[in-house]
Design a protein around this ligand. Structure first.
Ligand SMILES: CC(C)(COP(=O)(O)OP(=O)(O)OC[C@H]1O[C@@H](n2cnc3c(N)ncnc32)[C@H](O)[C@@H]1OP(=O)(O)O)[C@@H](O)C(=O)NCCC(=O)NCCS
Length: 157
């Protein structure tokens, strides 16, 4: 499987919203309840708003045969805001491809470190990449409390 990367285009918003929801629905069920996942997915309910968020970050889209299968967004220079992979291709290196690229771009923008507020599901992925847990947090989304961990990684100069 060889995935490619390209920058986000405005027309990607609906398919990235679908990837976002499928990823939460199917990949995070061991860590978050039905209610928590529904609240989390509701972030993409307003597609225009979701599209604005993607457009205002440095958002990369991973494609397979031209079809989007994952995406990641860098907010400013030092924050990974979003990282989602379509369930049927999870575990095949798409997350790694996206994260490698974000780390390079952040480094090129002068970032000394990267921070992510990671889901419990993605925490092992980030730890494997050298991210270190700093604090345990909760985020309230649509009246649901979701547990997250803030992790950071020092980038090589
Ligand atoms: C986390 C996520 C982005 C990883 O993407 P992916 O394409 O599956 O990751 P990769 O295939 O590149 O995996 C890289 C390594 O991390 C490991 N890994 C990935 N997800 C993992 C998980 N949930 N638990 C344990 N290990 C995991 C893989 O086994 C792999 O290990 P290896 O290098 O020894 O083979 C993806 O699983 C996802 O979308 N999760 C749900 C949404 C989410 O929580 N996003 C993060 C919001 S902060």
């Amino acid at each position: 499987m060889t995935a490619s990367l390209r920058p986000y285009l405005a027309a990607d918003a609906p398919v990235l919203a679908a990837i976002f929801c499928a990823s939460i629905e199917e990949l995070t069920a061991d860590d978050y309840s039905v209610e928590q996942r529904a609240a989390w997915m509701s972030i993409a309910d307003d597609e225009a708003d979701f599209g604005k968020r993607l457009a205002s970050r440095l958002t990369l889209v991973a494609t397979l045969d031209g079809v989007p299968v994952g995406f990641a967004a860098l907010e400013g220079t030092e924050l990974i805001d979003l990282l989602y992979v379509f369930p049927s291709v999870a575990g095949q290196g798409v997350g790694t491809l996206l994260c490698n690229a974000l780390e390079k771009l952040a480094g090129a923008r002068g970032a000394k470190k990267l921070t992510v507020d990671s889901s419990d599901t993605a925490e092992p992925f980030f730890k494997k990449r050298g991210y270190v847990a700093q604090s345990r947090n909760t985020r309230i989304i649509a009246d649901e409390w979701l547990g997250l961990t803030t992790l950071t990684k020092d980038l090589a100069p």
